[in-house]
Ligand binder design. Structure first.
Ligand code: ADP
Length: 354
């Protein structure tokens, strides 16, 4: 029996083997004129419920071999009619095998698509959740500011009211504790996602993300330069997660570009291989990053935007590191910002077949 059979269906596999044996015996002992071998096609069809694509191919080849062995061993009947029947049953087996393998591939593609949709939806619900948690975080932060001002006033009194100032300080400590609890909760949430690694065409994944942000770039009159290496090997990472990171970097670049005059707005995306890894860079000609801010960029909840949350780069770093890569920012030679990340290259054995 083929090796990649599903072990959860041992009874089905035994039944299949018995049916095949019965067909073989009947095909061998009856006359050449009786085309029993076409029933192998029925076995292959039934096997789609139990076997994977590879095992189905092995089963089909086995059926073909059995028809030839039967033909060679059949003692009675008209030889040339036997040959015609052999050709018909072989054609039936090959056509059935081709159709079931196609069916199986389509089913697997649909399943992969469904899984990808679920993962995107989960990513979105995580984003929604994080937004509401960040909103929640604003409450202790606002309370800390109010208490801080009150504390200043108590201390500025003549004489300073140390008892009241002490009470407001206690409130500050309590609210700060609440804020760090919320941050810890978000951290544990974003850490939960394990990457689903696969070999994939990195440039194609980037192009898909760009299709989604094309309209936004046109609206803001941003010139896009693509310098994607056409010879790029396949990347080994979670495709959907990497697309989230690229999307986030593109959106950040758009935000930075909308703050400068229209003729200056351009974004350059580059892919290539450096030190045996895939290297992706996104350079923009936007407002750029002040020298002292580089160390904060990837901190959670660090933002310079009025409506920003400051988790995009922090989540991006978590994702890239979980996929065994590195992400960093460099000062852009001309103007604006330059973000880079690298990822492992898929080994030939990890590349999808065909
Ligand atoms: P958010 O976009 O919500 O602020 P991020 O974590 O994505 O959160 O970004 C954090 C900060 O990093 C931004 O507020 C901004 O100050 C800075 N930043 C990110 N990308 C760029 C860029 N391309 N140009 C200039 N500053 C950037």
């Amino acid at each position: 029996m083929p090796s990649s059979a599903n072990p959860r269906h041992p009874i089905a596999l035994i039944a299949m083997t018995l049916v095949m044996a019965a067909i073989f015996v009947a095909d061998t002992t009856t006359h050449y004129e009786v085309a029993i071998a076409v029933f192998y096609a029925v076995v292959i069809l039934a096997a789609t419920r139990v076997l994977g694509r590879h095992a189905l191919l092995v089963l089909s080849v086995t059926c073909l071999l059995l028809t030839w062995v039967s033909f060679a061993m059949t003692p009675h009947g008209t030889y040339h009619i036997g040959l015609v029947n052999l050709a018909i049953s072989n054609a039936a087996i090959v056509v059935t095998a081709y159709l079931v393998v196609k069916m199986e591939a389509a089913r697997m593609a649909a399943q992969a698509m469904q899984e990808q949709l679920m993962r995107i939806a989960r990513g979105q619900s995580l984003e929604g959740l994080t937004t509401s948690i960040a909103h929640e975080l604003n409450q202790p932060l606002a309370a800390i500011t109010t208490s801080g001002h009150a504390c200043q006033r108590w201390l500025a009194q003549e004489p300073p009211n140390l008892e009241k100032a002490g009470q407001t300080l206690e409130r500050i400590v309590r609210d700060a504790g609440r804020a760090s609890e919320i941050i810890a909760r978000v951290r544990s949430l974003t850490k939960g996602e394990l990457p689903h690694k696969m070999a994939f065409d990195f440039n194609e994944a980037v192009q898909e993300v760009l299709t989604l942000s094309q309209e936004l770039m046109q609206t803001h009159q941003i010139a896009l330069n693509l310098e994607l290496d056409e010879q790029l090997p396949l990347a080994l990472a979670d495709r959907v997660q990497i697309q989230q990171v690229v999307g986030n970097l593109v959106l950040n670049a758009i935000d930075a570009l909308t703050l400068v005059s229209k003729p200056r707005r351009s974004m350059t995306l580059t892919s290539g291989v450096r030190d045996g890894r895939i290297l992706f860079a996104i350079a923009d000609t936007g407002v750029g990053i002040a020298a002292g801010l580089y160390e904060h960029l990837f901190d959670a909840f660090w933002t310079t935007k009025k409506d920003g949350i400051g988790i995009g780069l922090s989540i991006s770093r978590t994702i890239i590191e979980a996929n065994h890569g590195q992400i960093w920012a460099e000062s852009n030679a001309s103007q604006g910002a330059l973000f880079l990340f690298n990822l492992p290259i898929a080994k030939p054995a990890q590349e999808p077949a065909g």
